[in-house]
Structures are given as C-alpha cells and as structure tokens.
Design a protein around this ligand. Structure first.
Ligand code: FES
Length: 175
C-alpha cells in the first residue's frame, strides 16, 4: 500500500509542533523573511549591464555595447580603427560579432544580420564573390538583406540597422 497522505500530514504537523512553533508562527516568520528579502533585493538590484567589451567570438577591444542577442536587444558600436575590426573598412570583408555578422559588402555599404542560419543554427558567412550570405552546413544562401535565396533554410536572417559615424571610424549596429 502506498503512503497515506493523512499520516504524512500528521507526521509533518507533529514535527512542527516538536519544534515548539505553531504553523501560524511559522507562516509569520516565513512571510517576514520573504518581505525582508524582497525589500533588500529591490534596493540591491544590479544596475543595468553597462556596455562592455568582448561579447561574441570576436572579443577584446573595439566593441562597446551588447552584441549578444541572448542578452537583449542588439545595440553596439565597433571601433573601426581597432585591429579587431579595421578590416571592415575594406569592401568585401566581414566579421562575426557576438550573435551577428557584420560586413562591408562589395558595393561599400555596411550590413548586419543575425549570424545564426535559420535552418539549423550554423554560423553563416559573407561571400564577396557572389555578394551574398552562405551557410556551409547544408548550403543555404541568403541575400545581403537576409532573405532566403536558396534553401533548405525557409526563414530570413534577422536584419539589424547599421550607422557609420561621419568620420567613418565607428559603426553602430542596432535592432
Ligand atoms: S544549418 Fe544552415 S543550411 Fe542547414
């Protein structure tokens, strides 16, 4: 026969009584603890993450902000004078930055797309020869705006906005 819930409850009750506290006293104690905890929590909430460096596969200097979509909205700036990103001044080059792929396409414009192939999640690459985005896993191809050209991927890559500073030395990518 399985355990009898009534017996179990009685056992718990007896145990609490054996501690010398009524269940009401225990509840009051528990609630007070909860209130105190939540009070101190609301005062100690960590500040929103300050833009940091080093998200994604390209880490280190030259990046401020959030390049990782798992951490919230994409919003970061690349220092194109930094050695990590200076290649992006050259048309036909690209870099994987956090969850994104950033490229200066053949025509000279900047693009930023999700790096995650919508088929099975492989990191995509920019191909300057064909001026498109390619997934080496199963051969999906996307346009530079993220639309599917060739499957098996069926969904477009998320496209982000890019803005180049007037001096051409920093590129901001936002959702
Ligand atoms: S994961 Fe990209 S085509 Fe399959």
């Amino acid at each position: 026969m399985k355990s009898n819930p009534t017996t179990d409850q009685m056992k718990r009750g007896e145990f609490l009584r054996s501690l010398g506290m009524s269940s009401a006293a225990l509840m009051a104690f528990y609630c007070m603890g909860t209130t105190l905890t939540s009070c101190s929590k609301s005062n100690d909430d960590p500040a929103p993450a300050t833009p940091g460096t080093g998200t994604g596969t390209t880490t280190g200097t030259g990046l401020t902000g959030n390049a990782d979509s798992a951490k919230g909205a994409i919003n970061y700036t690349l220092d194109l004078t930094d050695t990590n990103y200076s290649k992006l001044k050259t048309a036909g080059q690209y870099a994987i930055v956090g969850s994104t792929l950033v490229a200066k396409v053949k025509g000279g414009n900047f693009i930023a797309l999700s790096k995650v192939c919508t088929h099975e999640g492989t990191t995509v690459q920019y191909r300057s020869d064909s001026d498109d985005i390619y997934c080496s896993n199963h051969g999906s191809e996307f346009t530079t705006t993220g639309a599917v050209k060739v499957g098996p991927a069926a969904k477009a890559l998320t496209q982000y906005k890019t803005a180049l500073s007037t001096d051409g030395n920093s590129l901001t990518v936002t959702a």
